[in-house]
Design a protein around this ligand. Structure first.
Ligand SMILES: [Fe+2]
Ligand SMILES: [Fe+2]
Length: 348
């Protein structure tokens, strides 16, 4: 075994080079708009589905935080069951079907949103008469980065014969450092297994924000979900209108659900339509516009807030990780008549 070091370059030079090449490599992976037509659907025989990757390692568009995948499920098909250490948001685009999460069946229709919690066994079924399509946005890349991304396949085993979710420790009484750790972890985990799993689109209504859009939470801790940081909001942009400009330290992903528009990101215009994914990279000034004069444009915004951005804010302080104009450049919404929020939703 070799026990001597004969490096001729200094620690400083090695680290400097490593830092530069990492960022260069990662900037090369960034793609601002991934169009529906850029996404190839591929058969996944082991799960009985088809899958297309918008962004993520599995589709040769590596990411470090989130990934975005679209899934297709033929009529009459039930997938195999699996579970994983990362959680995911699932957004239904077309068709109707169901998802079973730890044995609990949830029926869904277009624009319904589900949360697939970490370590919950899940499988999907299509009992409609045409293919169903849904999107998932997960934090698998973040867990892979930390070396804790675990995936377990259950095949067609009934959920009652599969092991339960890993148990969190019971809190130990006392004030020693170990007891305190168990108490804190138990507190954090509390409610996780009974947390909310679905947002039905017909049951939610948006509120007009100061930024100029009508927005509603799809998945967020403020409406009863326990995620590992994932949050999803739907923004509706009124015909011909837009949202105020801002920038932030974390990236934001925007999936076009209906309508068409464009985003100005660091002074460059990027057009998008339903089916496209817009990836706003960190610290880029951005503003989203509805390009239509008569139709609402809807975007689902996904980010990894509580886990990643809160940590980034603390680690990066005193750098400010959110910035908007001192006076918001939001449109005047007086007189705007918002269409029925179900307008344009595909039949289930
Ligand atoms: Fe999954
Ligand atoms: Fe943003």
């Amino acid at each position: 075994m070799k026990t001597t070091t004969s490096t001729q370059v200094t620690h400083y030079e090695v680290q400097k080079k490593r830092r530069e090449s990492l960022l260069e490599e990662w900037k090369g992976y960034h793609k601002t708009v991934v169009r529906r037509s850029d996404v190839t659907m591929v058969d996944v025989p082991s799960r009985r589905t088809r899958r297309g990757v918008y962004a993520g390692w599995d589709g040769d568009r590596p990411t470090k935080n989130l990934d975005a995948t679209v899934h297709e499920l033929d009529p009459g098909v039930t997938t195999t069951i699996h579970r994983h250490s990362w959680d995911a948001i699932m957004f239904v685009e077309e068709g109707s079907g169901w998802t079973e999460i730890d044995g609990q069946r949830i029926d869904w229709r277009p624009w319904d949103t589900l949360h697939l919690p970490s370590w919950a066994w899940h499988r999907h079924g299509n009992d409609g008469d045409r293919p169903a399509r849904f999107h998932t946005w997960s934090v698998e890349p973040m867990l892979e980065q930390f070396g804790v991304a675990l995936l377990e396949e259950g095949g067609d085993t009934p959920v009652k014969d599969l092991p339960p979710r890993p148990r969190q420790v019971e809190p130990i009484t006392g004030d020693d450092p170990y007891a305190r750790r168990t108490q804190r972890l138990a507190r954090q985990y509390e409610g996780t297994e009974s947390a909310r799993l679905v947002t039905r689109f017909e049951d939610v209504r948006g509120l007009v924000t100061k930024r100029g859009a009508r927005s509603l939470f799809l998945v967020d801790k403020s409406i009863g979900y326990h995620t590992a940081g994932l949050s999803a909001v739907m923004h509706e942009l009124a015909p011909g209108l837009y949202q105020s400009r801002h920038r932030h330290g974390g990236e934001a992903w925007l999936y076009g659900v209906s309508g068409e528009g464009y985003s100005i990101i660091d002074d460059v215009r990027h057009d998008w339509a339903a089916g496209d994914l817009v990836v706003v990279d960190h610290w880029q000034w951005h503003q989203h516009f509805n390009a239509s004069k008569d139709k609402t444009a809807r975007l689902v915004r996904v980010h990894n807030f509580d886990a990643l951005y809160d940590m980034m804010r603390i680690l990066m302080d005193p750098l400010n990780l959110f910035e908007e104009l001192p006076t918001l450049d939001a449109p005047d919404l007086t007189g705007v008549v918002w269409p029925d929020h179900l307008e344009g939703r595909p039949e289930g």
